[in-house]
Design a binder for this molecule. Structure first.
Ligand code: GAR
Length: 261
């Protein structure tokens, strides 16, 4: 295989970080040609941060709460980010950013400024959301991935999108009674769980299956799916284009044979 420099990933988490662990392990086993340069969390006590530290990865805390307090104290922020209209225009009709008030939106942007600094500091190529439970604002998206055909933010969602977007994919599907469920890895766009799908994995609900079992079987599928998708991404094997309906589509490209001549 020709020498390819390692892709630099930053991972965002909010919880246990089992997906993060799967990625750390896959990189250690050289299944993904990447390095995780930093891991951030909006929860200072997220166990995923411990996993990162154990692997010798730099960590940081995205303090949304402090951002909100600093917004309340400093009127200057009001004028600095007095561009709610812009966020509204960029967001699809059903986006929560359209309903968010100035204070909430601006606080998020303040927290995201730290994130942008970290991504620049570590020269990050791709931002990997692995159980990160905050939506990234249009301001952040504009700065980190201005070209929708060159997406740089990836997410894993615990449902077969576009079914069951939102914060509780397993719980929603379980109570709905779906017989087939799964997970989706996708690029992030301005909507909620609406970005271009990279790949999906599915499983059947067992008869009389408990919600815990339904979730944990799904989570195990996620680990394999995320590793597979990140491998393709880091090998530059994802073709991204607009189809005739103007929707952005992702297709896997075959592995290129190395020809030294
Ligand atoms: C995973 O199930 C992931 O798909 C989900 O959070 C869990 C994180 O688990 N993400 C979302 O719901 C995003 N909307 P982990 O911390 O053990 O990787």
């Amino acid at each position: 295989m020709p020498f390819m420099s390692k892709v630099k990933l930053a991972v965002l988490i909010s919880g246990g970080g089992t997906n993060l662990q799967a990625i750390i392990d896959a990189i250690a086993q050289k299944k993904i040609n990447a390095e995780i340069v930093c891991v951030g969390s909006n929860k200072p006590d997220a166990y995923g941060l411990e996993r990162a530290k154990k692997a010798g990865i730099a960590t940081f805390f995205l303090n949304y709460k402090e951002a909100k307090e600093s917004f309340q104290q400093e009127d200057a922020w009001l004028s600095y980010f007095n561009e709610r209209e812009q966020a509204t225009n960029l967001s699809p009709n059903n986006s929560p950013f359209r309903r968010m008030n100035q204070e909430e939106l601006t606080s998020r942007i303040i927290a995201e400024k730290l994130l942008l600094e970290k991504l620049a500091q570590f020269k990050v190529d791709f931002l990997v959301c692995a159980g990160f439970m905050k939506l990234l604002t249009p301001f952040f998206m504009e700065q980190f991935q201005p070209d929708p055909l060159k997406p740089r933010i990836i997410n894993i969602h615990p449902a077969l999108l576009p079914a069951f977007p939102g914060t509780d994919g397993y719980g929603d599907a379980y109570s709905y009674g779906t017989k087939v469920h799964g997970a989706t890895v996708h690029f992030v766009d301005y909507g909620v769980d609406s970005g271009p799908i990279i790949d999906q994995s599915c499983y059947r609900r067992l008869s009389n299956e408990s919600e815990d079992s339904f979730k944990s079987r799904g989570l195990e599928l996620e680990w394999e799916l995320y590793v597979k998708c990140l491998k393709l991404l880091c090998e530059k094997r994802l073709k991204i284009f607009r189809n005739s309906s103007k929707r952005i589509i992702v297709e896997e490209m075959p592995k290129r044979k190395f020809n030294p001549h």
